[in-house]
Design a protein around this ligand. Structure first.
Ligand SMILES: Nc1ncnc2c1ncn2[C@@H]1O[C@H](COP(=O)(O)O)[C@@H](OP(=O)(O)O)[C@H]1O
Ligand SMILES: [Mg+2]
Ligand SMILES: [Mg+2]
Ligand SMILES: [Mg+2]
Length: 414
C-alpha cells in the first residue's frame, strides 16, 4: 500500500514530467517540420527566423529581398536596351544571340549578389570572353555606359545592392563570376539575365531570372517579366504584351520554398514585400477541352508537332499560346494558362538550369507540378545543365498525371 506522501510525490512528478515531455515533443516537431512552426507561430510570410526558438530556421527573407531588387534593377537595364533600335547583338558559339542587355543585366545582378552574399557561388549564362578581346571594345563600352547609369529610383534600395560597379574591368570580372560549375553542395545562385533573347529582340516576351539553390534544391526563385501584363487575370494569347507600350505591363513573380508564390508590379520604386498571392487555377469543370497550353515560339526549342498531337489526345481545342522565356512558368503559376510543354527536339540537347530553376519553384509553390517528359522532378544538382532530365511538363498537380500520360503516349510512338 502506498503512503499519502508517495502519492503526493507521484503527482508532483507527473505535473513536472507531462509538460516537460510536451515541450520536448513540440521542440522536436518544430525542428523536424519547420512548416509546423510557421503555422503554430502564425508568422508573417517571409519572416527570417521562427521566434521563441533557439535554432534559426532560414526563411530566406534577405535572399528574397535582394533577389527582387537585383532583378528589378537588371530589368530596368534591359528595358532601356529594349527601347533602343540597336541592341548590340552578337552571335555566341552555339549561334544563339546575346545582346548588351544580357551582359549588362548579368553584371548588375552579380554585383548585388557579391555585395550581399560574398561566399555564394554563381552559375550565370553569360561570360565576358568576347568582351575582353580588342574586337569586343565597342560592345564593352556600351555595356559599361548602361551598367554605370542604371540605378533604382529608391536610394535606400539602391544602396542595399552594394553601390556602383567600380570600372569596366570590375564589370568584366563580375560577369565572369558566373562561371561556377554548379552541383549538389552549398549555396549556388543561377542567373539568366535575359531569358528568351530571341523574344527580346522580336519585341515579345522575355524574363530576367534569378534563383538560389541550396544543396541542389531551389529555395528562392524570382522572374522579372517586363512585357507581361501586370494584371494576374489578363487572358493569355500569343500576342500578349508584344510590341505594346509600357502601360500596364511589367510583373515580378517570386517564390520561397514552403511559403507560396507571389506576384508584384515591376516598378522602379521601393519594393512591396507583401506581393499578391498567386495560384494555378482549376481547369473549368475539369474539362480539358478548355485548357490553355503554352510552349516556345521557337520550334527549335520544343517539338511543336508533338505538342499538337498531345493537345489533341487531351481534347484541348484552343491553339497553343506560344511565348518566349520563363514568362510561360509565371503565366501558368498565376492561372492565366494551365499547361507548359517543352518537348525535346534532339537527343543530345541538355536544358540549362538557369532556364528553369526560378520557374520550377514558382509553379510548384503555386500548386503545380513540374517534371520532365519521363515524369522525373527537375534535378538542379547535376551542374550547369539538367543532365538527368529530358524536356519539361508543367501543369496543375491534379491534371499533371493525365498530361504526362498523353506526353509519353505521343513521344513513345517515335
Ligand atoms: N535546342 C534547344 N532546346 C531547348 N532549349 C533551347 C535550345 N536551344 C536553346 N535553348 C534555350 O531556350 C531558351 C529560350 O527558351 P524559350 O524558347 O522558352 O524562350 C534559351 O534561353 P536564352 O534566350 O536565355 O538563351 C536557350 O537557353
Ligand atoms: Mg542565351
Ligand atoms: Mg534562357
Ligand atoms: Mg539568356
Amino acid at each position: 500500500m502506498s503512503r499519502p506522501t508517495d502519492k503526493k510525490y507521484s503527482y508532483l512528478r507527473l505535473s513536472f514530467l507531462v509538460p516537460l515531455s510536451v515541450l520536448i515533443l513540440a521542440i522536436f516537431l518544430s525542428r523536424s517540420f519547420p512548416r509546423l512552426a510557421l503555422f503554430a507561430g502564425q508568422l508573417k510570410p517571409f519572416s527570417t527566423t521562427v521566434n521563441n526558438m533557439s535554432s534559426q530556421i532560414p526563411m530566406y527573407q534577405k535572399e528574397l529581398e535582394i533577389a527582387l531588387l537585383a532583378v528589378q534593377r537588371a530589368a530596368q537595364l534591359t528595358k532601356r536596351v529594349f527601347h533602343e533600335k540597336a541592341k548590340g547583338t552578337v552571335s555566341k558559339d552555339d549561334k544563339s544571340p546575346v545582346t548588351i542587355g544580357d551582359f549588362g543585366a548579368q553584371a548588375l545582378i552579380i554585383s548585388a549578389l557579391k555585395a550581399n552574399f560574398p561566399e555564394d557561388e554563381i552559375v550565370g549564362e553569360e561570360d565576358a570572353d568576347e568582351l575582353r578581346s580588342e574586337a569586343g571594345k565597342g560592345l564593352r563600352d556600351q555595356i559599361w555606359e548602361l551598367v554605370k547609369s542604371t540605378k533604382l529610383a529608391d536610394a535606400n534600395s539602391e544602396s542595399r545592392l552594394g553601390g556602383p560597379v567600380k570600372d569596366e574591368d570590375a564589370m568584366l570580372d563580375l560577369i565572369d563570376f558566373g562561371n561556377s560549375e554548379g552541383g549538389a553542395h552549398g549555396r549556388i545562385w543561377t542567373i539568366d539575365p535575359i531569358d528568351g533573347t530571341k523574344g527580346f529582340l522580336r519585341g515579345g516576351q522575355y524574363a530576367v531570372c534569378l534563383a538560389l539553390l541550396v544543396d541542389g534544391d531551389v529555395k528562392v526563385g524570382v522572374l522579372g517579366c517586363p512585357n507581361l501584363p501586370v494584371d494576374d487575370s489578363a487572358p493569355l494569347d500569343s500576342n500578349i504584351g508584344a510590341n505594346q507600350t509600357d502601360e500596364g505591363r511589367g510583373v515580378i513573380f517570386s517564390a520561397v520554398q514552403g511559403l507560396g508564390a507571389t506576384s508584384r508590379p515591376l516598378t522602379t520604386g521601393p519594393l512591396s514585400l507583401q506581393g499578391q498571392r498567386i495560384a494555378m487555377k482549376a481547369i473549368p469543370d475539369g474539362d480539358m477541352s478548355k485548357a490553355c497550353f503554352c510552349e516556345s515560339v521557337e520550334a527549335g526549342h520544343s517539338n511543336q508537332s508533338e505538342s499538337a498531337q498531345i493537345a489533341k489526345k487531351l481534347g484541348i481545342t484552343k491553339p497553343s499560346v506560344r511565348m518566349d522565356s520563363q514568362a510561360k512558368y509565371g503565366s501558368i503559376a498565376r492561372g492565366a494558362g494551365d499547361i507548359y510543354l517543352r518537348l525535346p527536339t534532339s537527343e543530345t540537347y541538355q536544358e540549362k538550369i538557369w532556364d528553369h530553376a526560378a520557374g520550377d519553384l514558382i509553379v510548384r509553390e503555386a500548386g503545380g507540378q513540374v517534371t520532365d517528359t519521363l515524369g522525373k522532378r527537375l534535378d538542379f544538382s547535376k551542374g550547369r545543365t539538367l543532365a538527368e532530365n529530358k524536356g519539361v511538363v508543367a501543369a496543375r498537380a491534379e491534371v499533371h498525371g493525365k498530361v504526362l500520360k498523353a506526353v509519353q503516349e505521343v513521344i513513345g510512338q517515335k
